[in-house]
Design a protein around this ligand. Sequence first.
Ligand code: ATR
Length: 277
Amino acid sequence: MDRYAVIGHPIAHSKSPSIHAAFAAQTGQTLVYEALLAPLDGFADTVRRFIAAGGKGMNVTVPFKLEAFALADHLSPRAKAAGAVNTLSFRADGIHGDNTDGLGLVRDLTANLHCPLAGRRVLLLGAGGAARGALQPLIEAGPARLHLANRTAAKAIDLAEQFRPIAGALNLTASGFDDIGGEAFDLVINATAASLSAAAPAIPDTVYAPGALAYDMMYGAEPTTFLLAARAAGARRVADGLGMLAEQAAESFLIWRGVRPDTAAVLATLRAALAKG
Ligand code: ATR
């Protein structure tokens, strides 16, 4: 049977095995998908053992996405743009690295949340790996305006410069949180790690245009601190990153199996499980 796994450290609470088992059942594919704990200094060895045992592909999570990027023999354009790999495919000609996180975000926004990006004004908060991974798919979705804001302004400015070559006519700018100014946005995406420490990025209340959607890449049983602050500041709609999780998984499944699973039922199950705790 074709073997797949998610590899990380820690990994016990990963939702990927149940997501992919549901995708396999739904699409009639026969495969096994397990959770693999790699020692912090043993990522490459663990991957190679999995390949030797017949493994076909892997999802890669914290803290190994940069090591997966370095390990891959072939990188997709979106993995190169993200500078990180979350999907490995083991083929006859070597290890292929891809990144489905950014596309997962864009699909969740457009297909699940019915928030079109074309022509919209977008504010992306953060300048770490999560923000970087989202940038190419966000730019390709055709917003009218994209502003990057980060607690450390220099990192946002540097990131914007790296992506300027693919930005074309897009109005792409960057600043610290204090210098966002009075501008309003249709979509505000939190790609910072602030929610991990129950904090919210210190942005002005004025960033939310009428009807704006606030989106947090993090998720939990309760709305994140950012989403609570966004609601209080006037964001009309808020959404967490559970849909992004399901969509990046679906995109990985498509790469491996050539079929795109439908995420609606899986997402409903994940949401119910999260609410139950
Ligand atoms: P990731 O891969 O999750 O993006 P990272 O590369 O460590 O993680 O980046 C973390 C991001 O969250 C950075 O943009 C960081 O801001 P700085 O560059 O100023 O460090 C941001 N961040 C973390 N905690 C934050 C907080 N409490 N408020 C605002 N931004 C925060």
